[in-house]
Design a binder for this molecule. Sequence first.
Ligand SMILES: [Zn+2]
Length: 172
Amino acid sequence: MRCPYCGGSDTQVKDSRPSEDGAAIRRRRVCPDCAGRFTTFERVQLRELTVLKRSGKRVPFERDKLQRSIDVALRKRAVEPERIERLVSGITRQLESAGEAEVTSEAIGELVMDGLKGLDDVAYVRFASVYKNFREARDFEALLGTLGEAAPLPEAPEPEPDAPARRRAARP
Ligand SMILES: [Zn+2]
């Protein structure tokens, strides 16, 4: 495993133990060249998945990318790393066991939104606003409406179920 700091290829495993849910082996590594320390995870991959992006491009599914986009949404939020780990693993397992070799980025986005909704409202709104590419304040209001009691906007209009489709269709 190459050192992420100096690129040295001779890193050593200092400690190896199963993660809390037993679905991964966590290894603490140290680089003898620069003394950099980092952690790697070894996980079961049930199957190879391809992601079909909105652009029509196909790319291999990468757990790390999923983890990064969730980390960005959860930045500076007080959510335990183990819960984030479980969310990422849960989404990955759902995708891998769904039986399709190809998944759309949209389907992944929906799973992430569902997961974040139960984890942290702020992260959910952050992720959804990027994922849905919101352009109007009322899009946010409609989204906040889905959070129920937590919604801080009493004057938010009722979300129209068919409105997003109409707006999408109207875009150039
Ligand atoms: Zn190094």
